[in-house]
Each structure stands twice: as structure tokens, then as C-alpha cells.
Write a protein of this length. Structure first.
Length: 277
């Protein structure tokens, strides 16, 4: 079971230079995430949700302010932070167990410990019996389960999820949301979910961080305050969802979607990353 970490983001500002001009992307972000908390982040296009994840995972270090995990400033990628992307990014020539084992490339475990850890995490995501299957033999939902197992196999303090179910059909998405909650409770891990789906954010999160764009900043933090399991059709659930949705009044529905983290062409090769993918 992972030791869940406390994440503190203090006076965070991030900017890029575009054609010689400074473009503010994140402005005055202050956020504390307690150990074992599940936090959902929603916002319209351009609000910097995925940029914020990039900074937390350590893909970028050029920013102002502090990002602290258990009091230590985050500098670069690390095995104590795992991430799951919208695309599962499994290697098609590797089996399920070998894809999961990739998350242990930089670990100090013995070969026997690695095999046992991989076995445990394949079981954790409900894929016993599929250890020797290849990605083309799996459904989209099963492939995302493998990606989640790979991200958790190092037992990180924090798991970041960037639209992990965005490419799945509605039924598979709903099922994996329940599975993610089960894993969260079982592993006692801090989870941070970026999503454009407000219902998903309320269903999963202890609180919903609503961001607004240009530059990206926190508009409001909405506590959910509902016990699990949550009934989506209940009055209490609908009230929280409507409370979040009213923050988007005046924004076109299409703006709620934001591209997930940049694809491989803009990131370093996975073998150079020091976190579970």
C-alpha cells in the first residue's frame, strides 16, 4: 500500500514565450491536497489543467512559486508520482505483464520481487488470466486497466490522471470509474484527475477544482461532501453537479474540453522518464 503524500501548490505562476511575447498560462495557483484525497480538476479550454499536471509530474521546471510533496520541492520526474494518459500507450509487441513491468525499470527490486509486484497489480486491476495477452487482444477498457497497473506498480504517493477515460464508450467509462474508486480506497493513494466531464468529476472527487482560462487560475473549489457509493440521479448529487456547472455559465460547451497532455513528439522518450507511465 502506498504512503499517500501531501501536495502543496503555493503562489504558482507559469508563462511561455510566444513569438517574443510573454504568454501567462497559470496565475496565482494555491492548492493543498491532503494525503489520500481524490481531487478532480475541471475547466474550459485553455485554463491550464494539463499544464498544471505537467508541472506536478515534473516534466517542466521553469515556473514561479512552489510545488511541494511532503514538504519537498518537486524537481524533475520521480517514481513517487505516477501518471495515466488518455491513450493507454502500451507497447504492442509486449504482453500485459511485460507492459506493466516497464514501470519497474528504474526500481531496486530483485527479479523475484518484480514478478510478484507485477502479479499483484495485474490482479488489482482485475486482469488475472490476461498476463500473456497482447494489447491488440484487449478492449479499450482493458488496455486502460493495464496502463493504471503500470502507473501504480511503483506504489507512487500520487497518481495523476489526464482524461484517462475520455476515449471510452459510456458504459465502459462508468465501469472504470467504479474500478478506479475501488483501487483508490484499496491503495490509500492521492489521486488528481483532470477531466472535462463535470459529472465524472463530482462522482469521483472529494472536491472539484474549477479553473478559468487566460491566464489559468482557480475560480472556485467545490467540496463534494457525499459518501461513496454516489447515486448520480440523487438530489444531492445533482445539486453539487449543478453548483459546479453554474461556474461555466457563458462558456460554450465545447470549451469544457481541453487537449490532454502533449503526445510523444513533444515529450522525452518514455525510457528517460523517472515515473510510472
Amino acid at each position: 500500500m502506498a504512503h499517500a503524500g501531501t501536495l502543496r501548490i503555493q503562489a504558482l505562476n507559469k508563462q511561455y514565450e510566444v513569438k517574443g511575447e510573454v504568454l501567462p498560462v497559470l496565475q496565482n495557483i494555491d492548492l493543498t491536497i491532503a494525503p489520500g484525497e481524490f481531487v478532480s480538476i475541471v475547466g474550459s479550454s485553455g485554463c491550464g489543467k494539463s499544464t498544471l499536471l505537467r508541472l506536478i509530474i515534473g516534466l517542466e521546471g521553469d515556473y514561479q512559486g512552489d510545488i511541494l510533496l511532503d514538504g519537498q520541492r518537486i524537481t524533475g520526474t520521480s517514481l513517487n508520482r505516477g501518471i495515466v494518459f488518455q491513450e493507454h500507450r502500451l507497447f504492442p509487441w509486449l504482453t500485459v505483464e511485460k507492459n506493466v513491468a516497464l514501470g519497474l525499470l528504474n526500481s531496486n527490486l530483485t527479479e523475484g520481487q518484480r514478478r510478484e509486484t507485477v502479479r499483484e497489480h495485474i490482479a488489482l486491476v482485475g486482469l488475472n488470466g490476461f498476463e500473456t495477452a497482447y494489447p491488440h487482444q484487449l478492449s479499450g477498457g482493458m488496455s486502460q486497466r493495464v496502463a493504471i497497473a503500470r502507473a501504480l506498480v511503483n506504489r507512487p504517493d500520487i497518481l495523476l490522471l489526464d482524461e484517462p477515460f475520455g476515449a471510452l464508450d459510456a458504459m465502459t467509462r462508468a465501469h472504470l470509474q467504479q474500478e478506479l474508486l475501488r483501487i483508490w480506497r484499496q491503495e490509500n493513494i492521492t489521486m488528481i484527475l483532470v477531466t472535462h466531464d463535470v459529472e465524472e468529476a463530482v462522482y469521483l472527487g472529494d472536491k472539484v477544482v474549477v479553473m478559468e482560462p487566460r491566464p489559468g487560475r482557480i475560480r472556485r473549489i467545490v467540496p463534494v461532501g457525499l459518501a461513496h457509493p454516489r447515486e448520480r440521479t440523487s438530489y444531492a448529487f445533482t445539486a453539487v453537479k449543478d453548483d459546479v456547472l453554474k461556474e461555466f455559465a457563458g462558456h460554450p460547451a465545447a470549451e469544457l474540453a481541453e487537449p490532454p497532455l502533449k503526445r510523444d513528439a513533444e515529450l522525452a522518450p518514455a525510457t528517460q522518464w523517472q515515473f510510472a507511465i
